[in-house]
Design a binder for this molecule. Structure first.
Ligand SMILES: C[S@@+](CC[C@H](N)C(=O)[O-])C[C@H]1O[C@@H](n2cnc3c(N)ncnc32)[C@H](O)[C@@H]1O
Length: 245
């Protein structure tokens, strides 16, 4: 890993109000090196150019910590984590968290298992599963203080994948793009039926002026047992989707 990467990461993150000490920046750099190396063998992510990786992968992931106050030892699941975003940068910065990295792709979870070991991350598990299946398992259902997810599906589908994993009084944070309002409007009915309530929509900006939002959904009551539906159904037939002629 180049010293340049570490300095650049610390500077760009600092400009966004995120302080990263050198030791953690080096760990994030080691993670980036692993992603790039594995990306030569398999398609993990399209974003490997250094500055883009820093801004759109690492800093974007860390915006969760800048905006959400996770208590010490929070149990957090990252649903559809892919190559580990936002879960791995979050874990590197907050080593007290207990993190589950979940993805339905075997090749991605093989990479994640390797990366977690190589980076020496403790209390970090990797699960190859569809969220719809994991949430039917009592070991995972309503066991998390927080779920996070980025770039997996539209909010009305995503809440069915994520809210069943969250404890009552826990929180689900969806990372969304520049204009989340249409998705929020479309997901209102689904959020309510799954036991949630949209608490906050938090705008933020990445270096270079890219605008993003965090949608914070609090879990106010248990998710009815019939949810999530079978794998694939939440996406195929999102709850309360308007029917078009
Ligand atoms: C576009 S990638 C995003 C990865 C990462 N969150 C990021 O922002 O870079 C979407 C990931 O979600 C996973 N995924 C899609 N549907 C899923 C489901 N129902 N359960 C678990 N993982 C899922 C895919 O395998 C894929 O790795």
């Amino acid at each position: 890993m180049s010293g340049n990467f570490v300095d650049r990461l610390m500077r760009l993150a600092g400009e966004c109000g995120i302080e990263i000490d050198r030791e953690k920046a080096e760990l994030l750099g080691n993670f980036k090196d692993e992603v790039v190396e594995w990306n030569n063998k398999m398609n993990l992510t399209a974003l490997v150019e250094e500055e883009q990786f820093i801004k759109k992968h690492i800093i974007d992931s860390l915006m969760i910590l800048k905006n959400i106050d996770f208590h010490q030892g929070t149990k957090l699941v990252d649903v559809g984590t892919g190559a580990g975003f936002p879960g791995i940068p979050v874990k590197i910065m907050r080593q007290d968290l207990e993190v589950l990295l979940m993805d339905s792709s075997r090749k991605k979870t093989e990479f994640l298992k390797y990366a977690v070991k190589k980076l020496g991350l403790k209390r970090t598990d990797v699960l190859c599963a569809r969220a719809e299946e994991a949430a039917r398992n009592i070991g995972y259902r309503e066991k998390y203080d927080a779920a996070v997810s980025r770039a997996v599906s539209a909010l009305n589908t995503l809440v069915e994948l994520c809210l069943p994993l969250v404890k009552v009084e826990g929180v689900f944070v969806a990372m969304k793009g520049e204009d989340p309002e249409p998705e929020i409007e479309e997901a209102g009915g689904a959020v309510a039926v799954l036991g949630g309530r949209i608490r906050d929509v938090i705008p933020y900006e990445l270096p270079g002026g890219l605008r993003r939002h965090l949608i914070v959904v609090e879990k106010i009551q248990e998710t009815p047992e019939k949810f999530p539906r079978r794998p694939g159904i939440p996406e195929k037939r999102p709850l309360f989707m308007k029917k078009f002629p």
